[in-house]
Design a protein around this ligand. Structure first.
Ligand SMILES: [Zn+2]
Length: 479
């Protein structure tokens, strides 16, 4: 009997505002504990939270980018629970009236096919503080720098069927959030966290199985492994005649397993109530229209445009549009070169990317050293046969180092490809004269020796012989 899995993801995206969601403390990472705090985020009695307008705007922009409905009325609720990282005793969140409902994410999978995952809703909330348990034996430490950080929780419908789909859904969300600049989505800094609701059912069954919530997913690979483990575990339980318990399980990344944490109660446990300190949010159509204008071309649209108008393979389109700055660099280069699109993507994804990584540069810093126009001009020289592809790679390092253009360096260093057939003939004649044994062996059928002659020619020309022309002349002379 075969099973299928049903997966829904709750993704917490940390918004990249300058200050916290209900006070003016700065958002920090890695600072001394409890240095970015004030009476509001410390939960002192008598303080009043005030909503950060930028956080609201970013939530709306995210809603627009996910084709959702932005609600003209929404409100904040208190989610009551006691935990040492939550000094107020409740978290401010949106339960009944979230800022955004509906929507979808269109994504491409590893094989280039696409799938749409529906969004249930998105709501704004504050993050809690951070507890450190392993520094001392007798006590834990509380750091409230993170308390009050704005989070956008994106809740999907249970449309995801495999761990691979979950992976690509998260990748797509990350790309979109970065494009519209609402979050840095940095997994190391915890600005994207994810819980997965996983259940299994027999194929053909329409009723959903009992779902288990898996928490503590904070890396793309961890998410894949946790979901795969949980699917296998649930099928194992059912196959051996057991039943699935509704519970919350934690993923242990060091062992790649999930382990039971607590049995999950109903929503009523949290005693949600509208927060009396925060007035309801009324959003105007004008504000939505204004924020809509700030959105860049959607990464999905951009990918499809490259695929359809530039005739690039989907896999290339996915990789080149993953980062908006790289996509911009690619497009600017393409606009300023005679080289074909496929060759330009290859160059950007290998030569540009490797230098950016090697020298630890941002795309903006790299563009200052080698502007797209310079890369474009260099690729035109390759296209015209002025320099070879091999020389181009070395030249690109020189361009990065010196800031000079390719044509200036080619002139200065005498790197021009030898495309003069008269000149090549002279060199080839000399090689033939100096290697009579090899010529004889080649003529008597030892075809492999052709490579030897090419090698000699490249040596004689410092690798600057035009390869096509050189091959042609060599074939002719060795007849
Ligand atoms: Zn504060």
């Amino acid at each position: 009997m075969s099973y299928e899995s049903v997966i829904g993801l709750e993704v917490h995206v940390q918004l990249n505002t300058k200050t916290k969601v209900f006070c003016s403390c700065p958002l920090t990472f890695g600072e001394q504990p409890n240095t970015a705090v004030c009476p509001v985020c410390l939960g002192h009695p008598g303080t009043l939270p005030v909503l950060n307008k930028k956080a609201l705007h970013k939530a709306i922009q995210a809603g627009l980018a996910l084709h959702s409905e932005v609600n003209l009325f929404s409100q904040f609720d208190r989610k009551n629970y006691f935990y040492p990282d939550l000094p107020k005793g409740y978290q401010i969140t949106q339960n009944t009236y979230p800022i955004v409902t509906g929507g979808h994410v269109s994504m491409h999978l590893g094989d280039g096919t696409s799938k749409e995952i529906k969004i249930h809703h998105m709501h704004l909330e504050e993050d809690a503080g951070k507890l450190t348990h392993n520094e001392h034996e007798d006590f834990s430490r509380v750091d409230l720098n993170r308390a009050g950080t704005p989070l956008l929780e994106i809740v999907s419908e249970p449309d995801i069927r495999t761990s691979e789909e979950a992976y690509f859904y998260l990748r797509e969300l990350r790309t979109i959030m970065r494009y519209i600049d609402v979050s840095d989505v940095n997994l190391e800094e915890g600005s994207l966290r994810c819980d997965a609701n996983v259940s299994v059912r027999k194929v053909g069954e329409t009723k959903l199985g009992t779902k288990v919530e898996v928490k503590n997913l904070n890396s793309f690979n961890g998410i894949r492994k946790a979901i795969d483990y949980e699917i296998e575990r649930q099928i194992g339980v059912l196959e051996s005649g057991g039943t699935i318990e509704q519970e919350t399980r934690l993923f242990d990344a060091s062992k790649n397993i999930t382990a039971g944490m607590r049995s999950k109660g109903g929503a009523a446990d949290y005693r949600y109530v509208p927060d009396p300190d925060l007035p309801p949010i009324y959003v105007t159509e004008d504000l939505i229209a204004e924020l809509k204008k700030t959105l860049p071309e959607h990464p999905y649209t951009r990918r499809m445009r490259y695929h359809e108008t530039l005739d690039l393979p989907m896999q290339d389109c996915i990789v080149v549009t993953d980062d908006q700055d790289i996509a911009d660099y690619f497009e600017a280069t393409l606009a300023q070169t005679e080289q074909e699109a496929k060759k330009v993507t290859n160059w950007v994804l290998t030569e540009v990317m490797s230098r950016i990584n090697e020298h630890k540069l941002s795309v903006a810093e790299f563009s200052q050293k080698i502007p797209p126009a310079h890369t474009g001009e260099m690729l035109t020289l390759v296209k015209k046969g002025v320099i070879s592809g091999k020389i181009a790679k070395e030249l690109f390092d020189d361009m990065l180092e010196s800031g000079k253009t390719a044509s200036v360096l080619v002139e200065q260093k005498g790197l021009k490809q030898v495309s003069d057939s008269g000149e090549l003939e002279k060199i080839i004649d000399k090689i033939i004269e100096e290697n009579p044994n090899q010529v004889e062996q080649f003529k008597s059928g030892k075809d492999k020796l052709f490579g030897f002659f090419v090698g000699q020619l490249m040596k004689a020309t410092n690798g600057q012989a035009n390869p096509e022309l050189a091959n042609e002349i060599l074939r002719e002379k060795l007849k």
